[in-house]
Structure formats: structure tokens, C-alpha cells
Design a protein around this ligand. Sequence first.
Ligand SMILES: *[C@@H]1O[C@H](CO)[C@@H](O)[C@H](O)[C@H]1NC(C)=O
Ligand SMILES: *[C@@H]1O[C@H](CO)[C@@H](O)[C@H](O)[C@H]1NC(C)=O
Length: 183
Amino acid sequence: MRTSVVAVVMVMCGVMVHADVKPQRDFSLQRFAGRWYRVGLAYDSPKFIPLRDKVKASMGLITPLPNGNVNLTMWDATPVGCLRQVYQYEKTNTPGQFSYFSTRHNMVKDITVVDTNYTDYALVLKHKVFNREYTQVALYGRSSTVRHNIIQRFKAFALSRGFPPASILTPPPAENCPLSGSG
Ligand SMILES: *[C@@H]1O[C@H](CO)[C@@H](O)[C@H](O)[C@H]1NC(C)=O
Ligand SMILES: *[C@@H]1O[C@H](CO)[C@@H](O)[C@H](O)[C@H]1NC(C)=O
């Protein structure tokens, strides 16, 4: 059931075809549901460079909907405060793969849960164009810190996908976001 990140990286480097990125085998949305922290982020965008030092480990809440789609609620610590936003991910025919319409970039993107063991970490890839061109690799943890070896695997994975070292971040936990006492 559990695929190691290292094995996935080796398989993916061997094929080098983006369309062959495989989601977690036997992906279970129910087990994936609940609270996650984005403890690692690889994002290679010129606009993002000035913000890199300010990024905090955002909290996210995965809510499965009865039709198999997902609501992802994210709380982001920003210079103007703690912002909450809901993203709606639509299921695809492949369990572990979702699509969503990015209003910010005005295009459909897809999200693949590449590797997760549900209780500790999840490695998630986001493509700009369905199944092509990575825009982001994220490492999610069930708590706001994850083990060092998981971080190392995430970094190796992002490097192997062509992200420059400076674009690979492991942000510190956010303080008071979500605001204490609110949901
Ligand atoms: C999912 O998100 C939509 C849009 O924000 C909202 O209207 C809906 O109530 C949410 N559903 C659940 C179960 O949270
Ligand atoms: C998930 O990964 C963590 C860290 O490697 C490990 O301690 C834990 O036992 C794993 N859980 C499962 C269900 O495999």
C-alpha cells in the first residue's frame, strides 16, 4: 500500500514523461481528509521570489463532498493578516487526481497526490496545464513539522523535477493563523 517517495522518484525519472505521473496507489479520499500543513513548497515563479522569505506553513482542511469532489480550505498568513480561502477540486477518473479552475491564473490546473501515507505526509504536484508543465510541488504534513528524512525526500523530488534549489522552501509554522478561537 505504501510507496516510498524514493521509489516514486526513481520511477518518474526513468520515464520522464509528465503524463506518467502516477497518483498514490489505492488512493483513499476518506483517509486523506482532514487537517494538513503545507510544510514544503517548490514554486518557481519570478513574482513569487520577493515573497519567499515571508511564507509560512499554511494550514489546509480537506473536506470530501458526497459526489467525490473536494473542498480545500486554506488559511494563509499574509502581510495583511490571516486569509481563509476555499478551493473546489473536482474529481477525475483517476483516484488521487483532481482538477480545478484557478481564478487567479484563469486556467484549469490539475492536482496529483503522488505519495501519501495519510498519517504523516503527502507529496502533491500541481500542473499548469492538465498533465503537463509543473508549477508547484507541495509537501503536506499532518503536523506543522515533519521528520527530517521526509523533508529531504521532498527536496530531492523537487530538484529531480527541475525546480531550482532557491525555489524550494520549507516555511516555518504560521503564528495565530487560523486565528485562535475561530475555525
Ligand atoms: C464547499 O465549498 C463551497 C464554496 O465555498 C460551499 O458553498 C460549500 O458549502 C462547501 N461544502 C462543504 C461540505 O463544506
Ligand atoms: C507514515 O510515515 C511516518 C514517517 O515516515 C511513519 O512513522 C509512519 O509509521 C507511517 N505511517 C504509516 C501508516 O505507514
